[in-house]
Design a protein around this ligand. Structure first.
Ligand code: SF4
Ligand code: SF4
Length: 467
């Protein structure tokens, strides 16, 4: 099967920021060596952080497990180099704060752990075996969210999956790492998608790509011929690649408020994740490197790099010739949803899709000026989730927690369209993020108190019986 149809798939709301992808779109992925030391944090995914499995002085090889957790929502972490662990200590993390990390001195030999071997052909494996393999390889969503992949591939029995969508929209400006994988490794990407489909028992597969990437669409159309998998061309508009938006546009199914794609029979995976899964099954490689777009007008040679995890941002930037002038802002990810960095001495982690260095001119438009509302309604028009961002921002600012919940703040996908479009530069998404974080904190607090109360009640009941 070829393309599902033409440019049918429009987004509700959304914005059209300058794509700025031309800086790296034609740059072939280039593999770089890791620096003399890599810093590999024990938290690189949503869920429980890992506990170190190594200590100072241990020898490790490429693919040696250096961190793991008993929790279901977690994924093991492997060494990206061979060498010696010189320290296990808290280090700055690109998602903010400090996180326990293994610092490994790289011996430059890249000797592979002998336990790494390709598993049986996936066609011969049961879904459960595939999921175990995906977990042991430390796979997480490489689009930036870093949700452990084996969890996504384990929907409960009551939510059968009929469709897998491979997310190649890459709608964030500047980023081209998925685009390059679609162009350079279409067979491996497709193989990864077929493995995912087998793991969840889906019969339908759709590769979704924005229509500003005609070469990638063509490469995938050629590749999927005869496989039964479809290629969907999406009208270019941000945030076309948000999974709930993709599902609504491609399948006309609405993920319920607070729900997940599996609740409507769908699993969405990123292109990079599919590629990494395919490598696990063909080479036995766990997730120890990823493609990173290093870009921005102040980067001397904007590039797409295959980077060993744990490599410092500064090293990746140096591999691109360094900066032409000091950047005004460095962001991990794209300009709409990425995380601003205060230092380049943070490591590339599984969720690092890009390192974006903006000039003063580029960075200025996102700076808040007067955070006031003139009730123009533009933020409401562009919200792809049908929310009322201006009220969410105001209520978060005024700490009206009940009202925030009533307006479904949890459905905000933090795409940043509202902030981008606001004429008064009201920092809506920042206010909403703060509101969501506070609500989550309150929920956890309430749950803790409830379980303490329950434990106390059980204890006193037990004491009564004893008496
Ligand atoms: S876009 Fe900005 S000014 Fe307009 S309604 Fe929304 S918050 Fe107010
Ligand atoms: S409210 Fe959330 S989902 Fe809506 S535009 Fe703003 S950031 Fe995006």
């Amino acid at each position: 099967m070829g393309r599902t149809s033409g440019l049918l798939y429009r987004i509700r709301g959304g914005v059209h920021p300058p794509s700025s992808k031309d800086l790296t779109a034609e740059k072939q992925i280039r593999r770089i060596e890791a620096p003399a030391t890599v810093t590999i944090p024990m938290r690189q995914h949503i869920g429980a952080p890992c506990t170190p499995r190594v200590k100072k002085g241990d020898e490790v090889l490429v693919g040696t497990v250096i961190g793991d957790s008993e929790a279901f929502v977690s994924a093991p972490i492997h060494s990206s180099v061979s060498g010696k662990v010189v320290q296990v200590a808290p280090q700055p993390h690109p998602a903010g704060g400090e996180v326990l990390a293994a610092i490994i001195e790289n011996d430059g030999e890249y000797r592979r752990d002998p336990s790494l071997a390709p598993p049986s052909p996936w066609e011969d494996m049961q879904p459960e075996e595939i999921r175990k393999e995906v977990r042991s390889a430390g796979m997480v969503g490489l689009g930036g969210a870093a949700f452990p992949t084996h969890v996504k591939l384990s929907p409960p029995r009551e939510y059968p999956i009929d469709t897998v969508i491979l997310n190649g929209a890459e709608c964030e400006p500047f980023l081209t790492s998925d685009y390059r994988l679609l162009l350079e490794e279409p067979d491996a990407v497709l193989e990864g998608m077929r493995i995912i489909m087998r793991a969840v028992g889906a019969r339908r597969g759709i590769v979704a790509v924005e229509d500003n990437k005609p070469k990638a669409i063509k490469a995938m159309e050629t590749c999927v011929r005869g496989s039964g998998i479809e290629v969907a061309s999406l009208r270019t508009r941000y945030p076309q690649g948000a999974e709930k938006v993709l599902i609504a546009n491609l399948l006309h199914r609405e993920v319920p408020s607070g729900g997940l794609p599996m609740h409507v029979g769908v699993v969405v995976n990123n292109v990079g994740t599919a590629y990494a899964i395919a490598r696990r099954f063909s080479e036995g490689m766990p997730l120890v490197e990823r493609v990173v777009t290093v870009t921005g007008s102040v980067v001397r040679e904007p590039s797409n790099l295959m980077v060993p995890l744990g490599t410092g941002f500064s090293h990746a930037v140096e591999a691109c010739g360094g900066f032409t002038e000091p950047p005004a802002k460095v962001i991990m990810g794209g300009p709409m949803m990425g995380l601003a960095q205060y230092t380049l001495e943070v490591p590339v982690v599984k969720g690092t899709s890009g390192i974006l260095a903006l000039s003063w001119k580029e960075a200025r438009y996102s700076e808040p000026a007067e955070p006031v509302c003139i009730r123009c309604g533009r933020c409401v028009d562009v919200c792809p989730m049908g929310l009322i961002p201006t009220y969410l921002g105001t209520y978060a600012h005024n700490e009206k927690w009940d009202l925030l919940q009533r307006l479904h703040i949890e459905d905000c996908i933090e795409c940043g369209c509202c902030t981008y479009t606001c004429p008064t530069k009201n920092p809506l998404v920042q206010l909403i993020k703060t509101g969501k974080a506070e609500l989550a904190r309150r929920r956890q607090h309430a749950e803790r108190r409830e379980s303490e109360n329950r434990a106390a009640a059980e204890k006193s009941e037990g004491a009564g019986k004893d008496g």
